[in-house]
Design a protein around this ligand. Structure first.
Ligand code: SF4
Ligand code: SF4
Length: 96
């Protein structure tokens, strides 16, 4: 997988969580843990995980990015990631 992304792989900031959220979910990526194996990309039932055009994973290959507005919060990606690089938090529904 060739890429032209410029990222300092030794930057400790890469191990900080990267959060995207809306009113239904908070999706957290740990870019410094992702080994770019692609398991989550393949297994996401709504295909809302793709390769990040700007960020690299642990091995210098593109990390994943999640479209939080397409995500249904099934947590499959969190469960199957072998490197604990994704955390999905479903927010409680507002009381009506
Ligand atoms: S929680 Fe489910 S729908 Fe959302 S990104 Fe992960 S696998 Fe895809
Ligand atoms: S987030 Fe996990 S399952 Fe997805 S590509 Fe990275 S290491 Fe693989």
């Amino acid at each position: 997988m060739a890429n032209n992304i410029k990222v300092d792989l030794n930057d400790p900031a890469r191990f900080r969580p990267v959060v995207a959220e809306n009113d239904k979910h908070r999706n957290t990526r740990f870019l410094g843990l992702c080994k770019s194996c692609g398991e989550c990309v393949v297994k996401c039932p709504v295909k809302c995980i793709s390769w990040d055009p700007k960020e690299l994973g642990q091995l210098g290959e593109p990390a994943i990015i999640i479209d939080v507005d397409k995500c249904i919060g099934c947590e499959i990606c969190e469960q199957i990631c072998p490197d604990c690089a994704i955390e999905i938090t479903n927010k409680p529904k507002p009381k009506t």
